[in-house]
Design a protein around this ligand. Structure first.
Ligand code: DX5
Ligand code: ZN
Length: 224
């Protein structure tokens, strides 16, 4: 596996009244990537941030990589707005649009990293045809919509299948897991072939964020 292992705090679990300071605190603790969950109340039963908050976070941490996870229908209507707001990576759901290929291409044409996500009930084989046109695949390890849920271990088979398929085809691609990640489920995910870990509740529960970043970075030693 050649892909670099990286983890990213999910700002959904931060103190939203102090979002700018929270973003800075994560970045200064060593988290170079921040995960921003966008929900529309339709694709998932929850509402979160829009481009205005992404823009404010961009201002607070100009050097961080902002990984925007769109849990919204018709992502094509919003990709440009999130890029203008400062997104570096945009991931949207396979289940949310009929224009998957078009949206992936558009994100790339804009010079940003493109990601394609699936909910737990979606079959991973549907992602195979996008292996060579996406920069990242996101396997949800909880039902999208809320932080603080339990990791679904049965999702690890999907990660393994997709990593094996990519390796057989000689394709280097990021495989990300999101939901219920802690040091242990992070380790299991890396062993299955994931190289990008999103961590919300567990990360923000830690008193010492620098130490938490170091502990997550130690998982890099698992890389074969
Ligand atoms: C769920 C979100 C995740 C999640 C992460 O819809 O995409 O980013 O909230 O939070 P934890 O780590 O608490 O599951
Ligand atoms: Zn997310």
């Amino acid at each position: 596996m050649k892909e670099f292992i990286q983890f990213e705090p999910s700002m959904i679990a931060a103190d939203w009244a102090r979002m700018g300071e929270e973003a800075k605190s994560c970045f200064e603790a060593g988290a170079e990537i921040l995960h921003l969950d966008v929900m529309d109340g339709l694709f998932v039963p929850n509402l979160t941030m829009g481009p205005a908050l992404v823009k404010a976070i961009r201002k607070a941490v100009p050097k961080a990589i902002l990984d925007v996870h769109l849990m919204i229908y018709n992502p094509d209507d919003y990709v440009e707005k999130f890029i203008e707001a400062g997104a570096d990576e945009i991931t949207f759901h396979l289940e949310a649009t009929e224009e998957v290929e078009h949206v992936l291409n558009f994100i790339r044409v804009c010079g940003k990293k493109s990601g394609l996500a699936i909910r737990p009930e979606t079959t991973e084989t549907l992602l195979l045809k996008y292996l060579d046109i996406a920069d990242k695949l996101l396997i949800m390890t909880v039902e999208p919509g809320f932080g603080g849920q339990a990791f679904m271990p049965e999702m690890l088979d999907k990660v393994k299948f997709l990593r094996d398929s990519a390796t057989k085809l000689g394709i280097e691609i990021d495989i990300q897991v999101d939901g219920g990640i802690d040091y242990e489920t992070g380790r299991l995910s890396i062993e299955a072939g994931a190289n990008r870990l999103v961590t919300g509740t567990h990360f923000f529960k830690q008193k010492d964020r620098k130490e938490a970043v170091c502990k997550y970075n130690e998982l890099r030693k698992l890389k074969k």
